[in-house]
Design a binder for this molecule. Structure first.
Ligand SMILES: Nc1ncnc2c1ncn2[C@@H]1O[C@H](COP(=O)(O)OP(=O)(O)O)[C@@H](O)[C@H]1O
Ligand SMILES: [Mg+2]
Length: 161
């Protein structure tokens, strides 16, 4: 069967280090234009996972939650645009930011609280939802939308399982 891709990858993280190492693998596999849409309540590990993505791109800087700066640019093998929509009230405010240059550029976008602006983002992306499962335990659900991201998930699955 040709189309036997599984669009979802469900993984358990038992520590911040687990989450960082998943992020690192994602960062290593990233190609220009990739879009990672992160959701999950406060303190689940969206910034932590983004830190891992940054490491995987060869960036050593710390990825503070960019709550005051809405977009941080971090330079590595590819540029990482790290965004956080937490403080934005509505979709118009997000639309007004003019994120197109980032979304359709040659870098990689990691967007925290992306669930607040889904209609504004390209249909093809990977959605990463982090769910709190107690103390240091998190369930991380990655869902691929589009062939590029199905391929990414296949590779990630091979490296993780
Ligand atoms: N398995 C885990 N994965 C990620 N973070 C974890 C985990 N267990 C505990 N934590 C803690 O949860 C917090 C996550 O913070 P952060 O990444 O800033 O969350 P968010 O960006 O989603 O608000 C950190 O204090 C981190 O140490
Ligand atoms: Mg954060």
């Amino acid at each position: 069967m040709e189309n036997n891709h599984v669009p979802e990858f469900n993984i358990t993280s038992n520590s911040p280090d687990d989450t960082i190492s998943l992020g690192r693998k994602i960062g290593e596999l990233a190609i220009p234009g990739d879009i990672f849409l992160l959701s999950g309540i406060l303190g689940t590990g969206k910034t932590c996972l983004t830190q891992g993505i940054a490491y995987g791109l060869g960036i050593n800087e710390y990825t503070l939650s960019p709550s005051f700066v809405l977009v941080r640019e971090l330079y590595g093998r590819l540029t990482l645009y790290h965004m956080d929509l937490y403080r934005l009230e509505n979709i118009e405010e997000i639309a007004d930011l003019g994120l197109e240059d980032y979304l359709y550029g040659k870098g990689v976008c990691a967007i925290e609280w992306a669930n607040k602006g889904i209609p504004l983002f390209p249909n093809e992306h990977i959605s990463i939802e982090i769910i709190y499962r107690g103390d240091c335990k998190r369930q991380i659900i990655l869902t691929a939308y589009g062939q590029r991201y199905l391929d990414l998930l296949d590779k990630l699955r091979r490296e993780t399982e």
